[in-house]
Design a protein around this ligand. Structure first.
Ligand SMILES: C[S@@+](CC[C@H](N)C(=O)[O-])C[C@H]1O[C@@H](n2cnc3c(N)ncnc32)[C@H](O)[C@@H]1O
Length: 271
């Protein structure tokens, strides 16, 4: 059997699956995130917006499996915002439980506002910055302006939701401005992901990504959209066991029990 020849933008890592599947709009970017972790090998990640922890745990899972020793600062007020809605303390509780159990050496949850936490992260110390907080133009611009200096030369900034133009979302506009000035690559699936180079990127595969011609870029987008769809489907299926559990506990399930007993005994007689 001949080994598969991988195009530069993929490797077996692109096929890895996340270990956790909480509700998220980010699911389709997990395969690319795994690949990016492999080629960038970040020692330090700062994430602005963790919510249920999906993206945080994708980075953490990759760091664990690749043995990168990455430190991940996940920053969030864990109170929600106008776009995703406001939520209760139980969300932080669930994320903290998984982080402490599965990623105690890598994930550090910093509960607070992005602007307040910025001074706790040294300048030029971050290899990968992920911006996924509030999505109005002014907010994203403020986040990137304030946090840009935390990223070292050769690092990468990810922007989620660059493909959303409704509901006052303005990430796309910030993205249009920045991607015109720096090496970049963009995906349109799963609400869009922008990948922006900070300074000189050393890895040849990353450089090739930023330099991809239109035809290659289309193939890259097609491959990661296809791989991402499988993860999105898995996230959508995740609530099913919880719904089934609720059904089994429900009054109607209890009331229809005699019918199920009769049905089972009829089936046994027929077999
Ligand atoms: C879209 S969610 C993050 C989604 C997450 N990356 C994922 O993988 O599903 C945005 C989060 O940013 C948080 N947030 C928004 N603005 C913030 C701010 N200025 N400071 C701290 N947290 C903020 C919200 O609480 C929310 O949990």
């Amino acid at each position: 059997m001949t080994a598969r020849e991988w195009p530069f933008w993929m490797s077996p890592v692109s096929y890895w699956q996340p270990a956790h599947f909480p509700e998220t709009a980010w699911a389709g970017h997990a395969p690319f995130a795994f690949w990016l972790m492999d080629v960038l090998g970040p020692r330090s990640i700062a994430e602005l917006g963790s919510h249920n922890g999906f993206s945080t745990f994708v980075f953490a899972e990759a760091a664990k499996r690749l043995e990168l020793g990455t430190n991940i600062d996940a920053v969030d007020s864990w109170e929600g915002d106008e776009h995703i809605g406001f939520y209760g303390d139980e969300v932080y509780g669930r994320v903290a439980e998984i982080a402490a159990r599965d990623y105690p050496d890598s994930v550090r949850l910093r509960r607070g506002y992005f602007a307040d936490v910025r001074s706790e992260i040294a300048d030029a110390s971050v290899d990968l910055l992920h911006i996924d907080g509030r999505h109005f133009y002014d907010d994203v611009l403020e986040d990137v302006t304030m946090w840009r200096s935390s990223v070292r030369d050769g690092g990468v900034i990810l922007f989620h939701d660059i493909a959303v133009t409704e509901r006052g979302f303005g990430v796309w506009r910030v993205w249009e401005e920045l991607s015109a000035q720096h090496p970049s690559f963009s995906f349109a699936h799963s609400y869009g992901l922008g990948v922006l180079a900070v300074g000189e990127v050393s890895d040849p595969r990353l450089r090739a990504l930023f330099d991809a011609d239109d035809e290659t870029a289309d193939r890259i987008r097609g491959d990661y959209e296809r791989l991402g769809q499988a993860v999105t489907d898995r996230v959508l299926l995740e609530p099913v066991p919880a719904q089934l559990a609720a059904l089994v506990d429900s009054e109607s399930w209890r009331l229809t029990r005699p019918l199920r007993v009769v049905w089972q005994s009829l089936k046994r007689k027929r077999s």
